[in-house]
Write a protein that binds this ligand. Sequence first.
Ligand code: UD1
Length: 429
Amino acid sequence: MDSIKITGGNPLKGSIPISGAKNAALPLMIAGLLSDRQLVLENVPRLSDVRALTRILGNHGVDITIAGKRKGDAQDGGDTLVINASTIVDTCAPYDLVSTMRASSWVVGPLVARMGECRVSLPGGCAIGTRPVDLHIMALQRLGARIDIEEGYMVARAPKGLKGAEIFFPMVTVGGTHVALMAATLADGTTVIHNAAREPEVVDLADCLNKMGARISGAGTSTIEIKGVPRLNSATHRVVPDRIETGTYAMAVAMTGGDVMLAGADPAHLQAALDVLKKAGAEVSATNEGIRVKRNGQGIDAVDVTTAPFPAFPTDLQAQFMALMTRAKGTSHITETIFENRFMHVSELARLGAKIALRGDLAIVEGVDKLKGAPVMATDLRASVSLVIAGLAAEGVTTVNRVYHLDRGFEALEKKLAACGALIERVRG
Ligand code: UD1
């Protein structure tokens, strides 16, 4: 199994091109199921999660070809997906596929809307929490689907099609909002989603659906209105830049020191995280090119953070921020409100010399003068990258194992960091 070897201590200097957002690309690919016409997605990140979803959609009969290859790219290395779901051959999403990638269970929305029935495996829990889908089911039931749970599957039926309805989410759910939004585009009549997720990826999905002919307004606010249409057309859409990749590299620069342009990043998508970085002592400025992050000389100040739905500080940056706080002057309190078990990185950061105490959903991080390299591993994507960041600032060699987690969500991670002066390499194993 591959690992990433980092020799810490170098500041980061240069420019990092920000890729398209994984968390936008996946629902956009799934939205391709809604139409029998071609959907072209540009700026799709080259990630193992995208390749996995390509295979899963292929199982439903969706034909996806990859274009937009650059010189030196691997065979499947293009960033443009041409998605053709003219014929759905199978409306079942089996457990062995859904369990490899939980977002693929969101196919339940478009499949029941377009085909009137589907059988989709429940995704189950994962390393960061139980991650229920009861609210996805509730939203589809509100739209008139009958849902039975049979042998671990959601069996959804709406033989006469879905009907527009009011959907009230008792808590903000990104996945639930994606499912409801996709399903409601083809429902008969008007749907209003209350307490909708406001994440930029939801806005991106709504923008793409509108290009396909959907009639959605209010995406980006907590009330989204969808006027159903009988069918969707072809469209071309460019995936938004990845705000989590952006925030991750911004934190890496704050930690190692240096001066990096995060090219193509959109500051409006991660204002809360940028504000926290400024409080911690980084210089952050928005330019036409992207976001420039600098830190020279002075140390990092301790800042308290609580994760919450957009526009607050994102759960997907919590682990990376904790890595930064391990070297702060003082004590930082980090509260995780989205997932009950998202502190898997704590014990690994401790292997590098971090001092972190856990009290339920609160991590108390006491800054230390230095971290020292060690072999580490993590059980999820964002936790893994937090160990990379810590390794960049640690003395000596850090080896991050289980690199497949990183490959799920960070395109060309080691290349992007090495181009800015980091001593980082992939060791094939
Ligand atoms: C969540 C994050 C998203 C992040 C992704 C991957 C939020 C609001 N969501 O999205 O930013 O990119 O993980 O790390 O920050 N819930 C239920 N029932 C449901 C659905 C959700 O109880 O049917 C709960 C979850 O357990 C969780 C909360 O609602 O506590 C938010 O979950 P949700 O936004 O749906 O999760 P993801 O879509 O995976």
